[in-house]
Design a binder for this molecule. Structure first.
Ligand code: CDP
Ligand code: CDP
Length: 216
């Protein structure tokens, strides 16, 4: 097979986007961060709370530009850094539970994967967006390790947070994502589980690359 799609799902801060970016670069594939798309709609919602979701999504054009990592443009405004801030993180699971938001983004994501060659990370990629992906990975890590990782991420971005608050926030977001009505976070039956607790980025990347080579 000359082209495959790779779906990477899992809870917050499991290492999905870091690893997905490296896998995509190594295999010359396109990386798509679907969490950033839900965050972009959350940004629009917080600025326009009076607009119902079915109308809001029709006013939005989301672009992911592969430049200096991945830049996120909403109606041509660069919101890459803004969507990592606490108010977005606190509201994103609510916005992502809205049927109109999911329908809009899943359709967009399916268009992006139609020609294959995509590494896509999120919560419902292996179950809903690309159920026929050639490789599906379900990435997990202990909540303590995930909170520590996110603490470092936030420090480097200048975002205030504490370990205890992150444990609470991550646990709540995981719960909301796993229990929502539409395409909740769950492992696809045919996904390979990888527990990244205590594993280096290089180790996990190599493991996924060797799984991908088997499919290619
Ligand atoms: O990077 P982090 O793990 O903090 O989250 P993210 O990947 O940026 O995703 C933010 C939120 O978007 C998740 O907590 C989910 O509520 C939602 N999401 C989703 O519902 N479906 C996806 N495919 C991706 C993200
Ligand atoms: O995309 P997701 O929310 O699943 O996680 P991420 O943003 O890729 O990773 C969260 C943080 O954990 C990043 O700072 C990564 O560098 C770090 N990480 C790690 O320390 N060890 C790993 N095996 C994977 C990620």
């Amino acid at each position: 097979m000359d082209k495959i799609n790779i779906a990477i799902d899992g809870p917050a801060a499991a290492g999905k986007s870091t690893i997905a970016k490296r896998v995509a670069a190594a295999l010359n594939m396109i990386y798509v961060d679907t969490g950033a798309m839900y965050r972009a709609i959350t940004f629009a919602h917080l600025n326009n709370k009076e607009i119902p979701f079915n109308e809001l999504v029709n006013q939005l054009e989301i672009k992911l530009i592969n430049e200096k990592g991945q830049r996120v443009l909403l109606n041509d405004e660069d919101i890459t850094d803004r969507i990592r801030e606490n108010d977005i993180t606190e509201n994103v699971s609510f916005v992502a539970s809205q049927p109109e938001v999911r329908a809009f983004l899943v359709e967009l994501q399916q268009m992006m994967t139609r020609d294959k060659g995509v590494v896509m990370d999120g919560r419902d990629i292996g179950t809903t967006v690309i159920p026929d992906a050639e490789l599906k990975v379900y990435m997990i890590a202990s909540v303590e390790e995930r909170a520590n990782r996110r603490l470092l991420d936030n420090e480097s971005r200048g975002i205030a947070s504490s370990y205890d608050q992150l444990i609470a926030d991550i646990s709540e977001r995981d719960h909301l994502d796993m229990t929502r009505d539409i395409s909740p976070l769950t492992k696809a039956e045919d996904a390979v589980s990888i527990d990244t607790t205590g594993l280096s980025i290089e180790h996990v990347t190599d493991k996924i690359l060797s799984l991908a080579e088997e499919r290619l």
